[in-house]
Each structure stands twice: as C-alpha cells, then as structure tokens.
Write a protein that binds this ligand. Structure first.
Ligand SMILES: Cc1cn([C@H]2C[C@H](O)[C@@H](COP(=O)(O)OP(=O)(O)O[C@H]3O[C@H](C)C(=O)[C@H](O)[C@H]3O)O2)c(=O)[nH]c1=O
Length: 181
C-alpha cells in the first residue's frame, strides 16, 4: 500500500492495492492490522457515516471536542471531492494550517484525518457519496464548526458560492475559536 504524508502531522493518504479482473475490481478499504502499523497506535472505529451531496456542496469545517473527539478515515465511494483539513491543535507547529486533498472514487484512496483537526469537503461531481469511519460516537453537544471561508484559509479562493447547511453558514471565524485541543 502506498502512503503519502502531508505538512500537517498525522494526516495520511493511503492508496490500497486494487485487484482488477474481467469482473471489475476489489480492494481492502480498511485493514485494522495495516492501519495500526501505519499509525503506530491501536486506533479503533465505533461508527461509520455516509453522506451524499450534490455538486458544489461544502460540508464543514467540523470537529467534536474531547472526550468525544473523532479521528476519521474517509473515502469517496462515488464522485469526487476536495477534502478540507485544518489543524486546530494549539500546541501543533502547524496550528491553523489548512490542507486540501483531492479524493476521487476511481482512485480508491483513503484519507486518515486525526482527532484535533477540523474537517470538511467540497464536492466536484453530482451525487457524490462520502463514507467515513469515526473513532468516537456522534455527540451533538460536543460539536464545533469553523467558517470554511475564513480568510485564514485558502478555501474561499478555491470554491465559489457552495451549497451550505444553515449551521455552516454561521460557523465561527477561526480567530474566535477557543480550540479544545
Ligand atoms: C455527523 C452526524 C450527524 N447526524 C445527524 C445530525 C443532523 O440531523 C444530520 C446532518 O448532520 P450534519 O448537517 O452535521 O452533517 P454534515 O454536515 O455532513 O456533518 C459532517 O460534516 C463533516 C464532513 C464532518 O467531518 C463531520 O463528520 C460531520 O460533522 O445528521 C447524526 O445523527 N450522526 C452524526 O454522526
């Protein structure tokens, strides 16, 4: 399996081996042993999520505060996204840094987003299906959101007038965030 690291510590892009034959393809989208070897820690997942979004939708930037913080192992099942990550770990050398990672269903890549990062994605195709494993359960009271278009991030220059939820329309500016990490 190929693995790519980024400037934000802990973020990993995994490219599993894809087996193709006359029927189509097969690949392991998650393998606990291989994942533990890569992250060098016994990370387990307790909840799987899936969302479908129209083209030009932006979901995020979201996180859950400890003790309900979530690491997410994300992938695109249909369509394509630009995955959006911001490091909100106060003691991190990359605190406030943003990352954009292209994820396309036909590339079969899986992205690990560690807890302590705000996460979102922007859809590039109609009916894009996004699937992800979470290391902690959903806990609404622990949810936090940062405004995707904050000038501290490069996202507003990249995406024009995306479809947003009411919650995401009014999220906090980054400089108002009191990060719980
Ligand atoms: C996240 C979540 C939501 N919900 C309910 C709450 C709402 O009634 C409905 C839609 O939730 P929301 O609008 O927060 O969904 P997204 O905007 O896709 O949120 C996600 O967006 C970005 C991409 C993330 O990384 C997070 O995993 C997650 O916050 O599903 C649940 O019942 N369980 C859950 O785990």
């Amino acid at each position: 399996m190929e693995v790519k690291k980024f400037n934000i510590p802990g973020v990993l892009l995994l490219k599993p081996k894809v087996f193709k034959d006359e029927r189509g393809y097969f690949y392991e989208s998650f393998n606990q042993q291989k994942f533990n070897e890569l992250t060098e820690s016994p990370i387990t997942f307790v909840q799987d999520n899936q969302s479908m979004s129209q083209k030009n939708t932006l979901r995020g930037l979201h996180f859950q505060a400890p003790p309900f913080d979530q690491g997410k192992l994300v992938r695109v099942v249909k369509g394509a996204v630009v995955d959006l990550i911001v490091d909100i770990r106060k003691k991190s050398a990359t605190y406030g840094q943003a990352l954009m990672v292209d994820l396309k269903a036909d590339q079969h890549e899986v992205l690990w987003v560690p807890a302590g990062c705000a996460h979102g994605f922007y859809t590039l195709e109609e009916d894009t299906i996004f699937q992800y494993k979470c290391t902690n359960f959903y806990h609404k009271e622990s949810e936090g959101a940062i405004l995707w278009s904050d000038p501290a991030f490069p996202f507003a220059a990249a995406f024009k007038n995306p479809i947003l939820s009411a919650k995401d329309e009014i999220a906090l500016h980054f400089n108002q965030l009191k990060s719980p990490f």
